[in-house]
Design a protein around this ligand. Structure first.
Ligand SMILES: Cc1cc2nc3c(=O)[nH]c(=O)nc-3n(C[C@H](O)[C@H](O)[C@H](O)COP(=O)(O)O)c2cc1C
Length: 364
């Protein structure tokens, strides 16, 4: 093997490497596509009025390179909601606790407009996101946390390949029943919202129910050796998120990059303090404060972000070394300094090749 491996889903999408890269950064997505992977651009935390401009930029910069778009579509959110109305209805004890943390960590008010200070996850917001994604020329549509039958049907009718991130066999079965074409088995090790089953245990179980549908492995993967390992297990590729935060193209705030570089797998924890749903993040004083005795249970989605969204926006805007955190997986072990997407992709492909040679020697 000289240039990595290609699986049937690579042929289907026209990509060189079985590497799927999730990112919220247009620059990262463009670089992943240029390096032969399949970028999936997350739009779950973008301002609705900016989405058409982001999609226009993505479309223009991607040219005819294939790419996907990802939306997070949890159920049990309000039909429509205004952040100010919901702020007024937050439990007093929670408001007091967060005010205390704001004083303790000297949180400066965020100045720039952001999703986290102005938006609430609601059906109305999701419908707006869905229409924008369907109107774009993306080749793939991925959804996480929830599924929408109409989105899957309409995306397929437009020739878009549908992906679903699943954290259990039950979720996988639900996605299959709704007609999703590619399953992303995302394990406990993953950065972001995640279930309780580790990637290595989840993957064979999802493959077992997937029939002839391609399955990708996600969660804790950051080396080419791991990618080849999951392909040996029957996956058609790996889906990575955390790793790209080390790429220059991600414009990661310096204090966050430093934290990621200094963190090991055990410095990531699953918490409901970010969004109200279990989410793996890299620890900071802010995250630790929610684990201390006397801290209230985080509120359910979407209220936890109504309560704390300004603080999350502020720590990123002001690059606050003490509080800054981000979704990050156990794969953080592979972040050891700033690099570029091209270097990361080359290292991944090289890792796949060396794992292949090791196996070939053993088999000989
Ligand atoms: C900063 C960050 C934000 C994420 N946001 C989303 C999201 O909006 N939608 C989604 O489907 N997955 C999201 N994920 C999860 C990724 O899609 C992917 O499953 C995960 O990163 C894989 O595990 P890894 O982080 O160990 O590579 C996010 C991950 C990270 C690190």
């Amino acid at each position: 093997m000289t240039h990595g491996v290609r699986t049937p889903v690579c042929e289907r999408l026209g990509i060189r490497h079985p590497i799927f890269g999730f990112s919220h950064s247009v620059d990262v997505c463009v670089a992943i596509a240029q390096a032969g992977g399949f970028p999936v651009m997350g739009l779950a935390r973008e301002l609705p009025q900016e989405i058409p401009h982001i999609l226009a930029e993505v479309q223009q910069r991607m040219g005819d390179m294939p790419y996907g778009i990802d939306l997070m579509l949890p159920s049990k959110v309000p039909e429509a909601a205004s952040i100010d109305e919901l702020k007024g209805a937050l439990p007093a004890g929670h408001v007091e606790f967060v005010d205390g943390l704001r004083r303790r960590f000297e949180v400066q008010p965020p100045v720039k407009p952001s999703f986290f200070t102005t938006q609430v996850r609601s059906e109305a917001l999701f419908n707006e996101q869905i229409e924008a994604v369907l109107a774009s020329n993306c080749r793939g549509v991925a959804t996480a946390i929830g599924l929408r039958a109409d989105l899957i049907e309409r995306a397929k009718a437009r020739g878009k390949l549908t992906f679903s991130l699943v954290g259990s066999v039950r979720h996988a079965q639900k996605a299959i029943d709704m007609g999703v074409e590619v399953l992303v088995a995302q394990g406990y090790d993953a950065g972001g919202h995640t279930g309780p089953v580790g990637t290595l245990s989840l993957l064979p179980q999802v493959i077992a129910v997937a029939g002839d549908k391609p399955v990708l492995a996600a969660g804790g993967i950051a080396t080419g050796e791991q990618v080849l390992g999951t392909i040996a297990m029957g996956a058609q590729g790996a889906w990575l998120g955390t790793l790209w935060m080390a790429a220059r193209e991600n414009h990661t705030p310096p204090a966050l990059l430093k934290r990621l570089v200094e963190s090991n797998s055990e410095d990531t924890v699953i918490t409901r303090a970010h969004s109200g749903k279990p989410c793996r993040v890299v620890r900071s004083d802010w995250i630790d404060a929610w684990q201390q005795p006397g801290a209230p249970e985080p509120l359910n989605m979407p209220l936890q972000q109504v309560l704390t969204g300004d603080v999350f926006a502020s720590m990123h805007e002001h690059d606050d070394a003490r509080t800054i955190y981000e979704a990050a997986g156990q794969s953080v072990f592979a972040i050891r300094g700033e690099t570029t997407v091209a270097e990361q992709m080359a290292t991944l492909v090289q890792g796949m090749e060396s794992a292949w040679s090791r196996l070939a020697k053993l088999a000989a």
